[in-house]
Design a protein around this ligand. Structure first.
Ligand code: G6P
Length: 477
């Protein structure tokens, strides 16, 4: 019998993101869990990963540079200095990022940046359109590229296009501070599927469509706006917990991990790992660690050292330069006040570390502090849990404002603005009996096993390629 279902699953996959993990000359794969998962999806379907090269160049030579490895092509374009300033440092990181993280006080609203953002999106859309085949499925990632599908549609692209928003989506009163809010909202209606990290994010987005008068919710997870019907859903991103657990076990032999263990001289370790970003709550966390040391001197002094690994990020943006200085000052202040000749309570490092070293350090840490003021998901929380040894697991202290808190309910959930409560949670984590640690860990690990990154990729792709819709149509006929 001839199937009446439209078969959209044979097309290639086209992934679009601002950063593209182009393999190095030696062909070494990108390390991060998301990059690995997307590459495995690309490998099985064949396809292209398209985006910015991370470099600046002159107007003339900005056609995509291609590098093909097996069934995957990496295609990246340079941008001009002005593009980078307006689109990346400007609109993406000084308007959309702070607004999506509820920091209207840090948002810079500039017409020039907004124009650059839309211009660069159109620039990328034109180059991508030339590479497309009719049955390709396109998956666009993150806030840099919200208007990409609208430009592709203008160019006549009729393929299935999905978007995933990796960061929070705020409620309408906050979101409406976005410059060109109406145009941004309208841009979403060019997608077939719009994915968010959590239900509250997806709800906020639907509320934005409704409150602005642009659209309405229909049939559960569907929205109708600007004359188009599209799916709006939560797809909480995850990790490959088994693979990460294995990496952590193997990393016990990592030299850096051994050096760290030796240097602790029997003290318990508390770990924090974050990009240097104001959304991560690093200053509040250091204050809370200081409060813990002062309020619980017996538990603290002889027995604890904190390691905060914080690679610098987006340093050209003034708010990032400011937070770098503020955190460094806070660290110096704490160590000066509370340290001793043979004890530095807080070790602070701006280096990036390999995934293997991080996995080993997480496993060694008695407490993982993941206390962002706002975060889409936060995969450090999930990785910390996966890295623990079942026999002697550490305790996750997790902000209620991280998307991960909706899933990792057996963590010690804290309000990161409440310094005293966070200090008390650190003390509780340090003192927690083995049995309670194991119960909490088992519960969280089961959650991670149920929703792996492969599961996430498959769910997103099924929605974007329209397979579930096709099933529905099939069942109605
Ligand atoms: C967040 C964003 C990503 C971004 C990453 C690093 O996780 O969701 O889209 O790539 O930060 O930031 P950067 O500006 O260095 O790409």
């Amino acid at each position: 019998p001839v199937s009446l279902k439209p078969d959209r699953s044979n097309g290639r996959l086209i992934v679009v993101s601002n950063r593209v993990p182009v393999p190095t000359a030696s062909g070494a794969p990108a390390a991060g869990g998301l990059a690995v998962a997307l590459q495995s999806a690309l490998r099985s379907k064949g396809g292209i990963w398209f985006g910015w090269s991370g470099k600046a160049s002159q107007e003339a030579d900005r056609e995509p540079q291609l590098r093909t490895l097996g069934s995957i092509s990496f295609a990246v374009c340079d941008l001009t200095r002005r593009d980078i300033e307006e689109y990346y440092h400007g609109f993406a990181n000084q308007a959309l990022w702070p607004i999506c993280h509820y920091r209207l006080d840090l948002a810079r609203l500039s017409e020039r940046d907004a124009a650059g953002y839309f211009r660069v999106n159109e620039f990328f859309a034109r180059r991508l359109a030339k590479m497309l085949r009719p049955d390709d499925v396109i998956w666009i990632h993150d806030y840099h590229f919200i208007p990409m599908a609208a430009f592709l549609r203008q160019l006549g692209v009729q393929n299935r296009i999905g978007y995933f928003h990796h960061i929070p989506w705020p409620s309408p009163d906050t979101a409406s501070a976005m410059p060109h809010y109406d145009r941004i909202l309208r841009s979403f209606s060019s997608y077939d599927v719009v994915g968010f990290q959590t239900e509250p994010d997806a709800d906020n987005f639907r509320d934005c469509l409704i409150e602005s008068g642009a659209g309405r919710a229909v049939d559960g997870n569907w929205c109708e706006a600007y004359g188009r019907k599209f799916q709006v859903d939560a797809f909480p991103i995850s990790i490959d917990a088994e693979a990460f657990a294995l990496e952590a076990r193997l990393a016990e032999r990592n030299t850096l991990v051994k050096r760290m263990r030796a240097s602790l001289e029997g003290r318990a370790m508390i770990i924090g790992v974050d990009r240097l970003d104001y959304s991560k709550g690093i200053k509040h966390r250091i204050e809370a660690f200081g409060a813990f040391l002062e309020r619980y001197p017996e538990a603290a002094k002889a027995r604890v050292t904190m390691l905060q690994i914080t690679p610098k990020s987006r340093s050209e943006v003034p708010e990032y330069a400011n937070i770098q200085n503020e955190v460094a000052e806070e660290v110096g202040h704490l160590n000066g006040k509370l340290g001793d000749i043979d004890w530095t309570p807080l070790r602070y490092i701006n280096k990036t570390m390999s995934q293997s070293a991080l996995a080993g350090l997480y496993r060694m840490a008695r407490v993982g502090l993941v206390t962002p003021l706002r975060d889409g998901m936060n995969l450090v929380a999930k990785e910390y849990v996966a890295a623990q040894s079942p026999d002697d697991p550490g305790v996750l202290v997790l902000s209620q404002f991280a998307g991960a808190a909706r899933e990792l309910k057996s963590a010690l959930i804290v309000n990161p603005y409440d310094i005293g409560a966070t200090a008390a949670a650190i003390a509780r984590a340090i003192e927690m009996p083995l049995e309670e640690r194991q119960d909490r860990w088992r519960d969280m690990m089961a959650t991670l096993r149920d929703n792996s990154i492969d599961h996430w990729t498959a769910n997103c792709l099924q929605a974007i390629s329209g397979e579930s819709e096709a099933d529905l149509e099939g069942s109605l006929h």
